[in-house]
Design a protein. Structure first.
Length: 271
């Protein structure tokens, strides 16, 4: 038996962010699976192209990474994704991996970070561990890319397990058990950030609201190539121009041990 593990992420050309998230996570996996062949794959073709142009680095896509594992003699493959919810991106990864499953004696793929109520509770505890001191008695807003899952526009398919079609609503409920004034918003979808901020500031309690924003992304930052990171600076500037008191923690969840442990738990669960 030879074990292979592929970490799949959207990807980024920001060297420091990669080191602090994907590379650190791969080291953590290596500490626990010492004999495993561990690699990464990026789903964003533009990021892969940019890296080739900047440094000549050739990061593989999911299919190429899986085929490389086969070439290196891997018999038991695990694919760990850094996705947050069951969206179209995660479904595509599962379909790509499933189409090549016959190359191996065993293939496993992890679920997204928020896949059931227990996940939401564990994630809420991780948010408390990472951000409680920063938030204090003020308001926490966790910002997702989109609040829509694959379940909203199609029938369940054979690749899906238990349906968990409102993960962000469930996360918000769980968060409030740890940080009372917690909300979950999104860049796209129904629960847009600006709407949530206005909702918070409509609460009449005699004091100005301080709001701490945390991206629901494995990698995040002003130079990171994902929808949250691209849109958040402009939204924050607009809110500040309107005299809202907002503070953003522009780091990905992958930089925090508490969240890396949750992803590792999903890896163990699939073994």
């Amino acid at each position: 038996m030879k074990q292979g593990i592929i970490v799949v992420n959207h990807g980024t050309s920001d060297f420091d962010a990669r080191q602090n998230t994907i590379e650190e996570f791969m080291l953590s996996i290596g500490d626990r699976f010492e004999d495993a062949d561990i690699s990464s794959a990026y789903t964003d073709g533009e990021v892969r192209r940019k890296l080739r142009e900047i440094s000549g680095e050739k990061i593989q896509n999911v299919k190429a990474a899986v085929l490389s594992m086969k070439e290196r003699g891997v018999t038991h493959l695990s694919v760990i994704t850094t996705d947050m919810i069951e969206d179209s991106g995660h479904k595509k990864i599962r379909e790509e991996v499933s189409s090549l499953a016959g190359l191996f004696r065993d293939v496993r793929i992890t679920k997204p970070l928020l896949s059931d109520k227990k996940d939401s509770d564990l994630a809420a505890r991780a948010f408390f561990s990472a951000f409680n001191e920063t938030v204090g008695d003020d308001h926490l807003v966790v910002i997702a890319c989109d609040d829509r899952t694959v379940y909203e526009d199609q029938e369940n398919d054979f690749l899906m397990d238990e349906v968990f079609d409102k993960p962000l609503e469930c996360l918000e409920e769980s968060l409030r058990g740890f940080i009372k004034n917690s909300y979950v918003a999104s860049i796209s979808g129904k629960r847009k950030l600006y709407k949530v901020i206005k909702e918070i500031n409509s609460i009449e309690d005699g004091r100005k609201k301080r709001i701490v924003l945390v991206p629901l992304e494995f990698i995040a930052g002003e130079t990171i190539e994902n929808e949250v990171s691209r849109n958040l600076p402009e939204l924050i500037e607009r809110l500040r121009e309107e005299d809202y008191d907002v503070e953003v923690i522009f780091k990905g969840l992958g930089e925090y041990d508490a969240f890396q442990r949750l992803y590792l738990k999903h890896l163990y669960d699939e073994r």
